[in-house]
Every structure is written in structure tokens, then in C-alpha cells.
Design a protein around this ligand. Structure first.
Ligand SMILES: [Zn+2]
Length: 263
């Protein structure tokens, strides 16, 4: 069979080339608070899909969340959206503040998502924090020897167990460009940015989705965060409360109208 003109040939391994990755677990691993920090940015090659991906792992801030809140709050999963105008977002905030139902965010009919040569994947703490992360500041008054500086084993075990029995939802914001229509060869990166929301029930599932979406489809993972299933925007009004640690999502909340998010 002649080589397809649409697949650029690339050397399978370059000297000092990208790290070769074959599984989701190698792609995005867990990092414990007391252990090594993830590499802030690296290019890996997902060998089963023959694609390079730029993986970054810096931490996320509230401004990053605000950038994608429109999609997290109003988007349905598995359809593509353009970012709405600021006036639309402001209007939704006004509706919400006056207790009205927000309008539906219009999905794109013909999204034509481009497969990027080298998509980016932002592996933020939402995707790298294990549910049994170490807890250093004992919150349960457990007796610990003076001078002991490690994690409290009782708190760590208790919170890991609590978290494992708390239904969580992991959100991924995927993005790419829209292909021009009609398709113009070489000009297909000039389209508008488009976005899609994915929900997963676990970190492992979210990582597998990021692996597949970037590796096979060539789409960027622009943002990720974790919420409780019973505290999403569908259940609550739009007030956000960021939690510093993942285990805090297992705590029962006194205030019942805010949406707690870990990112
Ligand atoms: Zn403790």
C-alpha cells in the first residue's frame, strides 16, 4: 500500500527526543505532596497513536477556572462550543442572581474539530493528585510524637477512605481549532478555537480520556477540575469555593449553596 499523503513520516525515536509513552498511567502519573514534583513541561510521544503531545503540570489558579467557567457551568458534554460573548455570560450571571434559569448555551452544528500536530495537555493537580495523598497537618488531634514531621497516618487513612466513598466528577475542557469550510490545505489552522466538556467519575478515567483525546484526536486539554457529584452547577447556584486539598471535598459542607472545586 502506498504511504498516505496525509500522514507525515516522522522518525520513531530521535536522539534526546521525546519520552516514549504507551499507556495513560505513564502519560499522567500521580504525585504525592511530600514526593517529587512533576516536570513543569515536557514533550512526550504517544507511540500507539504516533503523536507528540506537550504535557505541562503547573498549578491552576482561580483566573484559569474563570476562563472556562462558562463551559463548566452551561455546557453539555460531547458537543463543541464556541466561547460565548462576554455580554451573554454577564446576562447569565444576572439571570442567576435574580433566581432565573440560565439560557441554554448553543452547541455548534458543524464543528469540524482540527486534529492538532502537537496538542497541549495541562496535567494540573486535578489530574495528578491521588485520593490517598498525605495529610501533614493533623486535623483530628491524633497523638503524634513530638518532633515528628511526617504526615499523620490516621488522618491520611481516614481522608482517603472518606474520599473513596464520595462520588466525584472530574471535568476536562478539551479545545482545538475549527477547520475552515471548505477545507483549504495548509490553511486549516486558522479557524476559531472551539471547546468541549468531558465528565469522568474518577482520576483514572479522566487520564485515559486525556490520553485518547490528545493522542488519537489531537485535541488539547485546556483545563481540568474536580467537584462532588452532589455539588455541581446543576445542583447549586454559581458561587465557587476553591478547596486547597482534594480530601476536603469529602467533608460535609455547612453552606449549602456553593460549588466546591479542586484544581
Ligand atoms: Zn491526624
Amino acid at each position: 500500500m502506498p504511504p498516505s499523503p496525509y500522514i507525515k513520516s516522522r522518525p520513531s525515536m530521535l536522539p534526546n527526543g521525546p519520552e516514549l509513552i504507551t499507556t495513560p498511567a505513564e502519560f499522567i502519573s500521580t504525585y504525592y505532596s511530600n514526593g517529587a514534583s512533576p516536570d513543569p513541561g515536557r514533550v512526550v510521544r504517544i507511540t500507539p497513536f504516533k503523536r507528540n503531545v506537550f504535557v505541562s503540570s503547573y498549578r491552576a489558579y482561580i483566573a484559569d477556572f474563570e476562563e472556562y467557567k462558562w463551559l463548566l457551568q452551561h455546557g453539555n458534554t460531547d458537543v463543541w462550543y464556541e466561547k460565548p460573548k462576554k455580554s451573554w455570560i454577564r446576562h447569565q450571571d444576572t439571570l442567576e442572581a435574580s433566581g432565573c434559569e440560565p439560557e441554554e448555551l448553543a452547541a455548534m452544528d458543524n464543528a469540524r474539530p482540527v486534529s492538532l500536530d502537537t496538542p497541549r495537555v495541562w496535567a494540573s493537580p486535578a489530574l495528578t493528585t491521588p485520593t490517598d495523598d498525605d495529610i501533614f497537618d493533623c486535623i483530628g488531634g491524633h497523638s503524634i510524637d513530638d518532633g515528628f514531621t511526617g504526615a499523620c497516618p490516621t488522618c491520611t487513612d481516614e481522608k482517603a477512605e472518606a474520599l473513596d466513598s464520595t462520588p466525584l466528577v472530574y471535568y476536562l475542557v478539551l479545545s482545538t481549532c475549527q477547520a475552515s469550510d471548505p477545507f483549504l490545505h495548509g490553511a486549516h489552522f486558522n479557524g476559531k478555537p472551539i471547546y468541549k466538556l468531558i465528565k469522568c467519575g474518577s482520576r483514572d478515567a479522566a487520564v485515559a480520556e486525556a490520553f485518547y483525546s490528545s493522542g488519537l484526536n489531537g485535541w488539547t486539554v485546556a483545563f481540568s477540575c474536580v467537584m462532588r457529584v452532589d455539588e455541581t452547577f446543576e445542583e447549586r447556584d454559581g458561587k465557587i469555593k476553591r478547596v486547597d486539598d482534594l480530601w476536603m471535598l469529602a467533608e460535609e459542607e455547612d453552606e449549602d449553596d456553593s460549588v466546591r472545586v479542586f484544581f
